[in-house]
Design a protein around this ligand. Structure first.
Ligand SMILES: Cc1cc2nc3c(=O)[nH]c(=O)nc-3n(C[C@H](O)[C@H](O)[C@H](O)COP(=O)(O)OP(=O)(O)OC[C@H]3O[C@@H](n4cnc5c(N)ncnc54)[C@H](O)[C@@H]3O)c2cc1C
Length: 396
């Protein structure tokens, strides 16, 4: 078992995504800048992952500046805390994180390394599908769509066949955006409307989200001319064709895999208790089970609410809600004061269904259409602004 150190080595935050930057802000605020702290990420940029379904905009202008904020700007005046590098190993016994640039000892650790796509062993899925998880992946998908549209415009003019696999929020947003974006305007040439199918899989569409939201989402998907294929998981993906469990097949020009996420490999190999998809199990204090002084939040963690028995969803909203409590508890361990339990209160969910339309539920009230889309864009804008010049991430 690991004991928390109170001095010497720094507090180390792994990952500068939604969870990591919120933790850095809290450590800095609560410690009044006096707690030695290192923030590690493989990129020098915090990417706005929640906006990466806007593929037409990425295809039209793939300048990374629109899709992320330089971490040096966010850390303004504290740039020395940033280590750009890849985490290769986390050793909780010796309390050393191995980066590609060398070892980094820590006194206390906050693991916020996000997630990677889960392929569930489906043959050909990784090789034949594009992704929206992460900036580079979304950019490659946008460039593929751009080339495919350009080819379609030059050749017969027959519509592009796009399949999006995964009927959660990410897949739904991606399918609707591709189907209803103004690609001709984005690419500066006249292109035929695409033929988009959302392969929802065996789970219901937008499983876990409120019924009112799902009803409006279905209506908006119909309006966006997204075809729904429901009830069957994907069995295999070949180049330009996928096969479903019932034996039927769908041909495609571009396939997008948005069927779920799991913990990154470097987290799966951490010597600690793991939950589903390799996530680190955390206690009610957001501490890794049996590892005092080591915390995990965001997509990487499995937090089960004791009162409801439900696992907190892998969302930016949850990651940013966990950050203040996890940081408070990390500092409490340092000072030997009591830790506090985390209670998750969902603020609401909004799923964008094509530009300018969305379906949402805010505390049992269903909203849809333009007002819902406007609210979502205000939240995204708030986050974008907050990541400049040491601002406080507002929570999604
Ligand atoms: C298209 C899309 C739309 C979404 N929309 C919403 C939404 O509207 N609302 C919502 O709440 N959630 C949304 N999500 C989910 C949300 O993006 C994630 O839940 C959120 O990013 C999780 O935050 P995190 O800090 O745990 O991980 P991330 O934000 O993924 O951050 C992880 C960080 O760790 C770094 N990292 C990973 N591995 C390593 C390594 N080995 N070495 C160094 N650095 C590493 C990464 O570079 C990254 O900066 C969406 C996701 C997608 C893909």
């Amino acid at each position: 078992m690991t004991a928390a150190r109170s001095s010497g080595d720094p507090v180390v935050i792994l990952g500068a995504g939604y969870a990591g930057i919120a933790v850095w802000h809290e450590v800095h605020r609560r410690g009044r800048g006096r707690i030695p702290c290192v923030l590690v990420d493989r990129h020098p940029t915090h990417f706005f992952q929640t906006e990466l379904y806007k593929l037409d905009q990425i295809a039209g202008s793939d300048a990374p500046a629109r899709w992320g904020a330089p971490l040096r700007e966010f850390l303004e005046g504290h740039e020395q805390v940033l280590r750009t590098g890849t985490v290769e190993k986390i050793d909780l016994e010796s309390r050393i994180v191995s980066l590609d640039s060398g070892p980094l000892p820590y006194s206390q650790l906050m693991i916020c390394l996000g997630s990677v796509p889960a392929y569930y062993g489906v043959p050909g899925a990784e090789a034949n599908c594009r992704l929206v998880y992460g900036w580079e992946a979304a950019r490659l998908l946008a460039l593929d769509l751009r080339s495919a549209f350009e080819l379609a415009a030059r050749s017969s003019g027959s519509p592009l066949k796009i399949v999006v696999i995964g009927g959660g929020s990410t897949g739904t947003e991606v399918a609707a955006e591709i189907a209803s974006a103004d690609w001709s305007a984005a690419l500066g040439l006249r292109v035929p409307d695409p033929d988009v199918t959302l392969v929802v899989g065996a789970l219901p569409l937008l499983a876990g989200l409120p019924e009112g939201l799902v009803t409006h989402a279905r209506r908006l998907l119909r309006r966006a001319r997204v075809r729904l294929n429901e009830g069957n998981n994907v069995q295999r993906v070949d180049p330009r064709q996928l096969t479903l469990q019932d034996g039927t097949s769908l041909s495609f020009d571009v396939a997008v895999w948005a069927a779920g996420v799991r913990a990154p490999e470097v987290v799966r190999t951490v010597a600690a208790e793991h939950g589903s998809a390799g996530r680190l199990k955390v206690t009610e204090n957001l501490e890794v089970v049996d590892r005092p002084g080591v915390f995990a939040i965001g997509d990487v963690a499995e937090f089960r609410d004791r009162s409801t028995g439900l696992v907190v969803p892998a969302t930016a909203q949850a990651a940013m809600a966990e950050a203040p409590v996890a940081t408070r508890n990390l500092l409490a361990r340092r000072r030997g004061t009591p830790l506090r339990s985390f209670v998750y209160r969902e603020r609401g969910s909004i799923v964008e269904i094509g530009p300018g339309a969305a379906a949402g539920a805010i505390r049992h009230v269903t909203i849809w259409g333009r007002p819902a889309a406007l609210l979502k864009s205000l939240v995204e804008e708030g986050h974008r602004r907050s990541t400049g010049h040491g601002g406080r991430p507002p929570g999604l």
